[in-house]
Design a protein around this ligand. Structure first.
Ligand SMILES: [Mg+2]
Length: 358
């Protein structure tokens, strides 16, 4: 089989309230990989909030897609290495990593379709049903928005809800967590997300104010570049630390693990160089008693989570309009069942490319 063409484009998708209060749109950088066997692979990277999508698209289209033309898509490892090394002066972080992720996801979609297997089974499934947590709680939400969203996820059976703690005053964050805790009671456990906004001392102070809520985890405490500071926070607070949505390679994740303290790793398949690298990161974590709870794009990361013995929860941000994807998994009793469709099982809905294309 040979790759005969790759069509890439950007989709701009408006969100609804309350998510739209903080992120009015998201964008997908899409790559459709065609082959001479008639099989096609869909790859995409979610660019959360949209910023930088043009650059991701340009890098994918001009530097990475040409590497794949004429090659056999079943040699994913070989093609991944070629893409990784094509511009060694541009590391596979940020924009270049988003671009490589989309193409790697598209290649694996072809492999699954050629094998007539869903990726989770191609990789040796640990499960075909993965628990999920509702995620949101952004800073522009009113308390009513916050509780309303948390209740909606709880209504879908989610046993977990994650919210942001972005107020500069840690007491305000405590109060917002307390309001959600009171509204949901014991049926739902909570996580909080700092999104890199504090330093070590700020996190120690903030976490001390949240200890009595029995939080599942305390997420991304410091700038994602600063692995040493993340380890210091993890050693200094009593709530388990989760991080990794803004880390990109097995090397960064190895260093995160070796510095110690982090209990949950959250690679994003659309950032961490695709399914290929995320699987490597997950298996590395398994050797260190660390659980893997991938960041967003649950419709894709379900396959990785289901294939790992240390796969934990997938993140559910219910933002996609019903006319965007065909094959979107449905949350039932707080879980997603991974479909038996070959590949990753997701296609663009008829008309979606036309409607949302930039
Ligand atoms: Mg996060």
């Amino acid at each position: 089989m040979k790759i005969t063409g790759i069509e890439s484009f950007v989709l701009k998708i408006p969100t609804r309230k309350p998510i739209a209060l903080d992120y009015p749109e998201h964008r997908l950088v899409v790559a459709e990989i065609r082959t001479d066997a008639g099989l096609t692979g869909l790859g995409y990277s979610l660019v959360f909030g949209g910023a930088g999508s043009e650059a991701v698209h340009a890098y994918l289209d001009t530097r990475l897609a040409p590497v794949l033309i004429g090659e056999d898509p079943l040699f994913v490892e070989r093609l991944w290495e070629r893409m990784y090394r094509v511009d060694r002066g541009i590391k596979r972080q940020g924009i270049a990593a988003y671009a490589q992720s989309a193409l790697d996801i598209g290649l694996w979609d072809i492999v699954g379709k050629a094998a007539n297997l869903p990726l989770v089974k191609l990789w040796g499934a640990a499960t075909d049903r993965v628990p999920t947590y509702g995620s949101g709680g952004w800073p522009h939400y009113s308390l009513d928005d916050l509780v309303g969203e948390a209740e909606r996820y709880a209504g879908m059976g989610c046993r977990y809800y994650k919210m942001k703690i972005h107020d500069p005053d840690p007491r305000v964050n405590r109060e917002r967590v307390a309001v959600v805790r009171t509204a949901l009671g014991d049926r739902v456990r909570l996580m909080v997300d700092v999104n890199q906004k504090l330093d070590v001392l700020g996190n120690i102070r903030q976490a001390a104010l949240l200890e009595d809520f029995d939080l599942v985890w305390y997420e991304e405490p410091v700038l994602a570049d600063d692995l040493a500071a993340c380890a210091e926070v993890a050693r200094s607070i009593k709530i388990p630390v989760a991080t990794g949505e803004n880390n990109y390679t097995r090397y960064e994740f190895r260093d995160l693990i070796e510095r110690g303290g982090v209990r949950y790793l959250m690679p994003d398949v659309c950032r961490a160089n695709g399914f290929s690298e995320t699987l490597r990161i997950g298996r590395l974590a398994a050797a260190h008693q660390v659980l893997v709870s991938p960041h967003v794009v649950h419709e894709l990361s379900l396959h990785v989570t289901g294939a790992l013995s240390n796969g934990h929860l997938v993140e559910f941000i219910d933002w996609t309009p019903p006319d965007l994807f065909d094959g979107m998994p449905v949350c039932e009793d707080g879980h997603f069942r991974i479909s038996d469709r070959p590949g990753h099982g997701i296609a663009l809905a008829p008309g979606a490319a036309r409607k949302y294309r930039m």
